[in-house]
Design a protein around this ligand. Structure first.
Ligand SMILES: [Zn+2]
Length: 257
């Protein structure tokens, strides 16, 4: 997990992570809000030029702008980067990168950096991981989650950064791993107002995980005012409603699937 925070955090990085497949293949999922992505990759010991695939969930600041830096690195240091997302992200990233990156490097757009425009339900493969994207039916902004069938047969479902929609049930039902946003604790909801921001609490995510019958629950995209106690308190709250394993990672924490 390169970052675990929601949009306006300052004490951790915005939510983004790397999925490791077979043969050293890696897929970066979102890139946070700026060139902090390069810092987080360096801290994690992952060479930037070892990332050849980038999945982008949606075009909000805290997920998209770090992608511009990944594209810049790929163009400047000449490594291939496949960007997977829906039409709005592809359009925006292409437009922004062509306009603001050095002209000599922009020539590599389309050859070094390849944009793959996905539609709801499309499938693709990265390093032995079979991926399928799906529209999360966001109320705010077109957003895609995905399911990844890992080389060992485990199924991981990433729901993006908004509350679950029943229309995504087939993707998430019975998953081995569910990645779900939890903006704050249910007991802190008066303070952080998750529902006004169209987010969930740790308890909401736990109830969902229980309902879907998933084996492991990873909570992310949280507030950053309670980081010191986040792991312990979020885990405890989630365990009141969910019988599986709960993970509340810190930035740079590795989760072995
Ligand atoms: Zn977000």
């Amino acid at each position: 997990m390169l970052g675990t925070g929601s949009a306006l955090v300052t004490r951790c990085y915005n939510t983004c992570f790397v999925l490791h497949g077979a043969d050293g293949a890696r897929m970066l999922v979102d890139a946070g809000g700026g060139n902090g992505i390069l810092t987080q990759l360096e801290r994690a010991g992952i060479a930037c030029n070892a990332i050849h695939n980038l999945f982008v969930t949606h075009a909000h600041t805290d997920h998209l702008l770090g992608c511009v830096w990944m594209i810049r690195m790929a163009l400047q240091f000449r490594f291939p980067l496949h960007v997977w997302s829906h039409h709005k992200v592809v359009r925006l990233l292409t437009l922004v990168c062509r306009d603001i990156l050095p002209s000599g490097e922009v020539e590599g757009m389309g050859s070094l950096v390849v944009m793959h425009e996905l539609k709801d339900g499309d499938r693709f493969e990265v390093g032995g991981m079979q991926l399928q994207c799906f529209d999360i039916h966001s109320a705010k902004e077109l957003q895609y989650g995905f399911v990844a069938l890992m080389p060992d047969g485990q199924r991981l479902c990433c729901l993006g950064d908004e509350p679950f929609s029943e229309q995504c049930r087939t993707y998430a039902d019975g998953a081995d791993w569910l990645m779900c946003e939890a903006f704050c604790l249910h007991e802190d909801r008066e303070c952080f107002q998750p529902y006004e921001k169209h987010h969930s609490t740790a308890l909401d995510a736990a109830r969902l995980a229980e309902k879907l019958g998933v084996r492991n629950l990873i909570l992310y995209h949280t507030e950053d005012k309670t980081l010191e106690t986040r792991k312990e308190r979020y885990t405890a709250e989630a365990q009141t409603a969910y019988g599986g394993r709960v993970f509340v990672p810190d930035d740079l924490e590795r989760i072995v699937l």
